[in-house]
Design a protein around this ligand. Structure first.
Ligand SMILES: C[S@@+](CC[C@H](N)C(=O)[O-])C[C@H]1O[C@@H](n2cnc3c(N)ncnc32)[C@H](O)[C@@H]1O
Length: 225
């Protein structure tokens, strides 16, 4: 491991906004904030929005700045990426953000039934050869259903046509309710949206900027399950 990475890993251990649960905690289902994010961590009763595969946490942190009246938690397995978002949260003294370093596969171990209002899937790995590992597969959506409120929403933003097509197919096949969908978010569609939605969808992640520069159209959909 590089020296910088090592320093960041050490640094993360000192950050109040980062949780790095071990496997035992997952297996024993003993994460202390499960069902208690609002009461014990955020210390308020406001909506809870999570980003899965958050990378450097751009969506989590930017949304948290735009909506100080909501709570945000980003999950990713890569601590070296989470560090960037967590460092910004620390520098800016934000109190409405948390990060969990974990596999999304364990998401139900960190949130209780109905605890989550919205889920963001931002530029998730398309997993071309392993459909079950896609974060919009039935396997994962069944996990999300357990932690989402009954009217909870899933947002998906991607550059990847295969993943987007697959997600739309899943929505149709499993009778999820498609609320919005566009193959070219920054084309004409954006202008039709209200200012608030434009501000939300206009947040760009590290991967989004990379793919946009390569000329990929950005796709977006929103559905409830
Ligand atoms: C292509 S990157 C996108 C990162 C970020 N959302 C962005 O848009 O810049 C995919 C991210 O998902 C994470 N990831 C993929 N599968 C995961 C899983 N099963 N559990 C946790 N993280 C996962 C990777 O570590 C990586 O940071």
């Amino acid at each position: 491991m590089g020296k910088k990475k090592l320093i960041r890993f050490q640094d993360m251990k000192t950050m109040d906004c980062v949780f790095e649960p071990d496997m035992k905690t997952c297996l024993e289902d003993s994460f202390p904030l499960k069902g208690k994010w609002r009461s014990d961590y955020f210390k308020n009763d406001k909506p809870l929005i999570i980003e899965l595969g958050c990378g450097k946490g751009e969506y989590t942190v930017q949304l948290a700045k735009q909506y100080p009246n909501k709570n945000y938690v980003g999950l990713d397995i890569k601590g070296s990426r989470i560090w960037y978002g967590a460092d910004e949260v620390r520098r800016e003294g934000m109190n409405n953000v948390g990060f969990v370093r974990t596999k999304v596969d364990f998401v139900e171990k960190f949130f209780a039934p109905g605890e989550v209002d919205e889920i963001w899937l931002t530029f998730s790995d398309p997993q071309p050869k392993k459909p079950r590992k896609r974060l919009s597969s039935e396997l994962f959506v069944d996990r999300y259903r357990k932690i989402l409120k009954s009217d909870g929403i899933v947002h998906l933003k991607t550059d990847n046509s295969m993943l987007f097509d697959y997600t739309l197919e899943q929505i149709e096949e499993h009778n999820y309710q498609l609320m919005e969908s566009t193959w070219d978010l920054y084309g004409e569609e954006m202008e039709k949206l209200d200012k608030e939605t434009q501000d939300i969808l206009g947040i760009k992640t590290h991967y989004e900027v990379m793919f946009e520069e390569k000329g990929f159209d950005i796709k977006y959909c929103k559905f409830s399950i």
